[in-house]
Design a protein around this ligand. Structure first.
Ligand code: NAD
Ligand code: UDP
Length: 321
């Protein structure tokens, strides 16, 4: 039952997106239970919430069952950066599959509504552009990205099978590249890598020739979309793409970051990683029509607060804090 104050579980709540979501749910008056095993995060992003009586932190690995009483589950737990999800690929698949089974089991027992943070990676290296939700994707099932891509595809399958078999109240969103404050300086994704390089005077690292494209969504916009999806009508299950359709080559992103930081340490080129998608841009027609959602923050505006925050983190690291 949804009340004015829900008990909301956020798995992966200490991570980049999860911590912003926890903030917004607390602001909205809910009780928030953040579950995280700190695989790709630490307590920094949620430190400010630890004293709040409506916030609770549980260190827990979602590949193991969890017994709680909750009304809503945002299931975000999963490393999202290629360097993190490829560090322990078997654990990544377990997190995506066992983690989803455990959270769906929790939703089944409690009757909670459950939202899956899926990904544009389910489209793989897409042959359809921009990507619509009815495109089935082009994923290498045995490559180095498969633990994440196939893991999330299996998670989507589980969500829809729990719906068909057990009538669960599910919501599935496919998140496209998201950036913003609280990305870890060593996160490894392109936006934070470029910013940290520019701030520390090291050449930006472009993989390949920089002609591959991505579409970058500011985290506040994304969190709005997650919350709108969670509170959408009973007939809405998704999948729904959430992302910013503004498409940039990686070389263009490098130029934007250099301009925004105001330092140009040059660019070093490295080989393109295996199976790195060549283009990615969300078709957000469904999000617009069904959720009344679209992103508001252009890349240049979103980069500023991201740079400010990473500047602070880089300075702390330099002082050994
Ligand atoms: P993140 O790495 O900052 O956050 C993920 C969080 O999940 C971390 O705090 C990590 O410690 C936690 N976690 C990982 N495995 C766990 C486990 N077994 N048990 C409990 N906690 C675990 O990444 P993010 O960018 O905040 O991504 C959050 C979610 O959004 C992920 O599910 C990711 O797949 C999805 N997503 C993100 C993006 C993006 O661009 N940021 C794009 C597509 C999808
Ligand atoms: N990339 C890059 N330099 C970096 C990090 C990433 O050129 O320092 C490239 C990467 O090869 C990919 C794009 O930027 O083509 C986005 O990479 P990211 O890891 O951020 O996300 P994903 O590939 O999962 O979309």
């Amino acid at each position: 039952m949804q009340g004015i104050r829900d008990r909301v579980l956020v798995t992966g709540g200490a991570g980049f997106i999860g911590s912003h979501l926890c903030d917004r749910l607390i602001e909205a008056g809910h009780e928030v239970i953040c579950v995280d095993n700190f695989y790709s995060s630490d307590k920094t992003n949620i430190q400010h919430l630890l004293g709040n009586p409506r916030f609770e932190l549980i260190r827990h690995d979602v590949t193991f069952p969890l017994y709680l009483e909750v009304d809503r589950i945002y299931h975000l737990a999963c490393p999202a950066s290629p360097i993190h999800y490829q560090r322990d690929p078997v654990q990544t698949t377990k997190t995506a599959v066992h983690g989803s089974i455990n959270m769906l089991g929790l939703a089944k027992r409690t009757g909670a509504r459950i939202l899956l943070a899926s990904t544009s990676e389910v489209y793989g290296d897409p042959t359809v552009h921009p990507q619509t939700e009815d495109y089935w994707g082009n994923v290498n099932p045995i490559g180095p990205r498969a633990c994440y891509d196939e893991g999330k595809r299996a998670a989507e399958t589980l969500f829809f099978d729990y719906r068909r078999q057990h009538q669960l109240d599910i919501k599935v969103v496919r998140i496209f590249n998201t950036y913003g404050p609280r990305m870890h300086p060593q996160d490894g994704r392109v936006v934070s890598n470029f910013i940290v390089s520019a701030l520390t005077g090291k050449p930006l690292t472009i993989y390949g020739d920089g002609s591959q494209t991505r579409s970058f969504c500011y985290v506040d916009d994304l969190v709005n979309g997650l919350m709108k999806m969670m509170e959408s009508g009973d007939d809405v299950q998704g999948p729904i793409n959430l992302g910013n359709p503004g498409e940039f080559t990686i070389a263009e992103l490098a130029r934007e970051v250099i301009a925004a930081v105001g330092e140009d340490p040059g660019i070093d080129y490295f080989p393109l990683p295996q199976d790195d998608p060549m283009q990615r841009q969300p078709d957000i027609t469904r999000a617009r029509e069904i959720l009344g959602w679209e992103p508001k923050v252009p890349l240049a505006d979103g980069l500023r607060p991201t740079i400010d925050q990473l500047r602070g983190r880089v300075a702390e690291a330099a002082q050994g804090r």
